[in-house]
Design a protein around this ligand. Structure first.
Ligand code: 5GP
Ligand code: ZN
Length: 114
């Protein structure tokens, strides 16, 4: 999608610090980390949010989750525990309308819904 920040990152038009890449998925460091480990996993295909996931593209979304779990193990945060978050729409605070899963870990997390 032409005007989408994360599509531009997928296309290499905006630089990112890549953590993982395959034909369907890209993972990169969040530019404004909220935890010692804060990585975003996105489908290369433009899906606006989880609200845009359907039977057709669900395998890609599921693959994002499998990649998130793999990255968490590789980064050494799986044993202590971590969080995977996806925001959907304005009321959730979603700022980039391209499906992304936040991997957050490396510290004790609290549940803040502010
Ligand atoms: P959201 O609030 O939509 O769930 O999350 C968007 C995330 O994208 C935020 O955590 C924000 O820091 C991150 N972000 C925004 N712009 C960029 C960018 O240009 N590069 C990277 N690496 N992350 C970004
Ligand atoms: Zn996009």
């Amino acid at each position: 999608m032409a005007d989408c920040l994360f599509c531009k990152i997928v296309a290499g038009e905006i630089p990112s610090t890549k953590v993982y890449e395959d034909e369907k998925v890209l993972a990169f460091l969040d530019i404004n980390p909220m935890a010692p480990v804060h990585i975003l996993v996105i489908p290369k295909e433009h899906i606006p949010s989880l609200d845009g996931v359907n039977e057709e593209n669900a395998p890609t979304a599921a693959h994002c989750l499998a990649v998130a779990a793999k990255i968490a193990r590789e980064k050494g945060i799986a044993q202590d525990g971590y969080r995977v978050v996806t925001n959907i729409g304005a009321a959730s605070g979603q700022t980039v309308p391209h499906l992304h899963f936040h991997i957050l870990g490396g510290k004790q997390l609290t549940l803040s819904l502010g």
